[in-house]
Write a protein that binds this ligand. Sequence first.
Ligand SMILES: Cc1cc2nc3c(=O)[nH]c(=O)nc-3n(C[C@H](O)[C@H](O)[C@H](O)COP(=O)(O)OP(=O)(O)OC[C@H]3O[C@@H](n4cnc5c(N)ncnc54)[C@H](O)[C@@H]3O)c2cc1C
Length: 460
Amino acid sequence: MTTSLVINRLTALLSAPQISTQPSELEHYGRDWTRFVAPAPLAVVFPKTPAEVQQVILLANELAFSVVPSGGRTGLSGGAMACNGEVVLSLERMNKILEFNHIDRTLRCQAGVVTEDIQRAAQAHDLFYPVDFASAGSSQIGGNISTNAGGIRVIRYGLTRDWVAGLTVVTGAGEILELNHGLVKNATGYDLRHLFIGAEGTLGIVVEATLRLTRPPQRPQVLILGVTDSRSMMYVLEQFRQCDLLAFEFFDAAALERVVAAHGLQRPFATSSHYYVLIEHDASSCSQETLMGYFEGCCEAGWVEDGVISQSEAQAQTLWALRERISETITPFTPYKNDISVRICDVPDFLEQTERCVKQNFPQFEVVWFGHIGDGNLHLNLLRPENMDIAEFKLACESVNDKIMHIIARFHGSVSAEHGIGLLKKRYLSKSRSDAELRLMRAVRASFDPNGVLNPGKLF
Ligand SMILES: Cc1cc2nc3c(=O)[nH]c(=O)nc-3n(C[C@H](O)[C@H](O)[C@H](O)COP(=O)(O)OP(=O)(O)OC[C@H]3O[C@@H](n4cnc5c(N)ncnc54)[C@H](O)[C@@H]3O)c2cc1C
């Protein structure tokens, strides 16, 4: 297979503006948010219809080239990286909302619709698409489905998986499958739809999705509380769970300092704490008196040192910014990220053991913790010192990361809670999955993509 043959045959399938080999575009579309590997794709294609996606996949099987499905490229595990002469298949131009159904409360769309546009479309019908996170303005629904994205409201609404009522996919073999057709009930054997959710583009390309919508929360209200230690965070969760919780997030003092300094934001209150929790609840189901009672109870028990409760939507957004802007704030430091989870009840022990391990082994690195602690999901970020080369930093992190992964395995936790395995977490997959599971996963992959054209080298 030569490059010119692939380009010539692609040109016969697609129009000229749908194919690019421009170096700047190869660089742009050949990478995601990660910066540990250099992009080097052969070409980028921009199909506009499922049939065009199918044609590209059939050609990949015929000529034996690899295809990397590419969404909004906000992934944090290198799943959308194209580093070895692959053809990047961008869903960017498949960005139409196709149908809204008010009886079913569903929305059918192409896979390249940006997550925030789905949220806006739902809002236009007085409904709510609850999957949300800081990258929602760039990520695409196909990418969200392929990573089973979580985000800030999982504690109340679940993961992307819970909102997918139907999928159309083009498999690695080039077959088009229409899965579940938006049905609520469908007991007809294996639900293949769920295999494609979280598959990181290794089984097929999601080309369309039918998404469920729900009623929006009535009166979201946000609190930030300064908390003394990890155990106290769990007691606070237990206490505030009596409200209709929409989010229960956390960040540490280092994260707060960085965000406040980078964006000129105000600290939530003067007192400094080791950890901060951000709680969002629906105030329509809990009186202010009750809420204050919980807050005072937490202070009296010594779990909470200080706190603030939003009095307006604008203030709620300002408080959210302290949590939501952490990722972008630390990005210039090429953070080595671990997106890990354990059972919620194990969070305090796990956090203590991991913090100790990081302090002992990384005394030279700044550590920033934040995440969706109400789901048992913690983001551990090591920041690269200014004068350290990226490759050297990655090696240093990996040498100690094995120890952290052992701790996760002891807790039967996950080495990737919501960001996927991609390229960067492959070496740790066996800490969360047994040999038997991996063997079956390989067999599933081979069934859908017998020639291995889709996202080779990702996941395993
Ligand atoms: C600031 C920031 C905050 C974030 N916060 C969160 C968070 O709170 N929760 C969370 O879960 N994630 C979070 N992420 C990670 C990321 O946004 C999600 O993983 C998101 O779902 C990726 O979507 P994307 O369209 O950008 O996918 P991409 O990065 O383009 O791709 C991700 C994977 O999906 C595959 N893929 C993409 N589109 C398709 C398709 N149509 N068919 C088949 N495979 C496809 C790719 O090959 C790749 O393996 C965050 C990222 C950033 C940068």
